[in-house]
Ligand binder design. Structure first.
Ligand code: NAD
Length: 540
């Protein structure tokens, strides 16, 4: 049986509103109660087995850190070796499976996610990662379903990319999986990224060892159960969690490593890259390395900017999900002529933000992810209070009693190269520098050169010449650039996501470019009537 199927046309999943009285709100509240009322026992997933090692780590609610949501069984080097063996054992059958069959699993998973699993994935993400219902919905439900549906269409586009064939021959390209396993390492902050990192290589026929972040374990657990129920064969994605150093070292030591699919901090990525370099002589192939990492994302305002839109972008872009998005607005450049019109309004908006337990739907913000993050972020807040060239205009307080709460903080600095303007904080701290209108060019140089990152950025201006000038001038400063919009909230299929410089390899998650990294092409030339004489006519 043979046929060229037509891929279902992907459409972005629409976010539900969760307004008071809506059925989706009632459902998510029911599941929130259910998940908060029990302690999940979270295993490793290796081949056909759910592995309970007996060594466990607690998964707690960031906004109520004494509340244990799950005990996650921990693995080490031995479990990684078993997971690699399981991935290797599953590889031949998975690689040989028809693409449509692999695709069907992800399309089914997407429909399960946006249907019967929606409330579970959202509730697990809300409780375990301290996301408001809106922040959970846009990614744990919508973005993840988009990744799965759009990747199927992108993969087919790759397969359709075929060479020309002159008379007498047929040239073809086969897109084979890589010759080993892919190591997927995901961050805490997006359930969607956790779902995409192992499944994008799997869609291309690879088998995977996946290490989620310890603080994302509750939603990772439900994600794995969903994928298995959708028909993902055991061994295709093997979940191993435990001490990151040990897991990482064991996975990267395997001669079968074929790729690293990483999202997380720049420091961790550089460490993993170094380790691959050290082991390079031992691999059967050159591992593909894809990493999306940190950011120091900016908003650059021009004197012609719409002040209300700018204020809204600072608040939403800077503080949604507590600023724990790689794309979060973290440094703002405002012209002196505009600042008086913006200052009081933006400060008042920030001070009005409600923060607390995400089960209270009035809150706009929850807590930061864990104690380590709390210590790091509040260190920057203390630095702002202590610096003579900084003034804390809003927020600046924090409280660790019940949850890891840091008030949304706006700092104005007169030093454009202050650490607060240069380093990734990954929390609800936004720093603003007021530049002289006449020195726009210098301000653009500062924007371009102050941080090592180049992930996201935005320009706010009504003057179209200014928009074009600034967009051109900041060409290398962001992999995702926004005009009159906040620098967060990229949508699969609409804004392929990723950055350059220290922000990553810019392989654009949710695009054809990313999937290309997980396939190894074989070109085939077939000649229909091959020559039988070695001499050429000119020799006659
Ligand atoms: P992190 O670097 O602390 O952790 C990321 C993952 O790496 C986790 O699973 C962690 O356990 C693992 N890890 C850490 N050390 C390891 C080691 N030695 N070996 C193997 N694995 C190891 O990052 P995080 O705190 O989870 O996430 C926040 C960071 O991620 C921020 O820097 C943010 O900018 C970045 N991020 C980037 C993007 C993007 O698309 N560019 C998206 C989301 C997050």
């Amino acid at each position: 049986m043979s046929g060229i199927s037509r891929i279902p046309e992907p459409r972005n999943e629409l976010a539900k509103g969760y307004t008071a009285g809506s059925p989706e709100r009632a459902e998510v509240v029911r599941v929130l109660d259910d998940l908060a009322g029990k302690v999940a026992d979270v295993p490793l997933y290796i081949g056909h087995e759910r592995v309970f090692t007996g060594q466990t780590a607690d998964v707690t609610m960031p906004h109520a850190h004494r509340h244990v949501l799950a005990t996650a069984h921990q693995g080490g080097a031995a479990e990684v070796e078993k997971a690699i063996a399981a991935a290797e054992a599953a590889r031949p059958a998975w690689a040989a499976m028809d693409f449509d069959a692999r695709a069907a699993i992800l399309l089914k998973a997407a429909d399960m996610l946006t249907g019967p699993w929606r409330a579970t994935m959202n509730a697990a993400t809300m409780l375990g990662q301290s996301k408001t219902v809106h922040q959970a919905e846009i990614e744990a439900a919508c973005e993840l379903a988009d990744f799965w549906r759009f990747n199927v269409a992108f993969a087919r586009q790759i397969m359709e990319d075929q060479p020309i064939s002159p008379d007498g021959q047929w040239n073809r390209v086969q897109y084979r999986p890589l010759d080993g396993f892919v190591f997927a390492v995901s961050p805490f902050n997006f359930t969607a990224i956790a779902g995409n990192l192992p499944t994008a290589p799997a869609l291309m026929g690879n088998t995977v060892v996946w290490k989620p972040a310890p603080t994302q374990m509750l939603s990772a657990h439900y994600l794995m159960e969903l994928l298995l129920q959708a028909g993902l064969p055991p061994g295709v994605v093997n979940l191993v969690q435990g001490p990151p150093q040990e897991i990482g070292a064991a996975a990267l030591a395997s001669p079968m490593l074929a790729g690293l699919h990483f999202t997380g901090s720049t420091g961790t990525f550089q460490h993993l890259w170094r380790e691959i370099g050290t082991n390079i002589h031992g691999y059967r192939q050159y591992p593909r390395i894809v990493g999306e990492t940190g950011g120091k994302d900016f908003i650059f305002a021009h004197p012609s900017a719409d002040v209300s839109a700018l204020a809204c972008a600072i608040v939403r872009g800077g503080y949604e999900y507590q600023g724990q998005k790689c794309s979060a607005a973290s440094r703002i450049y405002v012209p002196r002529s505009l600042w008086p019109k913006l200052k009081d309004d933006v400060v008042a908006q920030i001070e009005s933000i409600k923060m607390g337990d995400v089960r209270n739907f009035e809150n706009f913000m929850g807590a930061v992810i864990d104690e380590r993050a709390f210590e790091k972020i509040t260190g920057y807040v203390k630095l702002a209070h202590a610096s003579g060239d900084c003034e804390v205009l809003a927020g600046g307080t924090f409280d660790r009693e019940v949850g890891w709460f840091v008030r949304p903080t706006l700092v104005e600095t007169t030093d454009p190269k202050h650490r607060l303007m240069a380093e990734e904080i990954f929390g609800p701290v936004v720093t603003l520098y007021v530049y002289d209108d006449a020195r726009e060019e210098d301000a653009l140089t500062l924007c371009d050169t102050t941080a090592p990152y180049a992930l996201t950025g935005a320009v706010f201006a009504q003057d179209r010449y200014a928009v074009e000038r600034i967009a051109h001038r900041l060409q290398g400063t962001a992999g995702n650039f926004y005009i009159n919009d906040k620098p967060t909230g990229a949508v699969v299929g609409q804004q392929p996501f990723g950055g350059g410089r220290a922000s990553g390899t810019n392989d654009k998650a949710g695009s054809m470019a990313n999937l290309l990294r997980w396939t190894s092409a074989r070109a085939i030339k077939e000649t229909f009537v091959p020559p039988t004489q070695y001499r050429y006519p000119y020799q006659g």
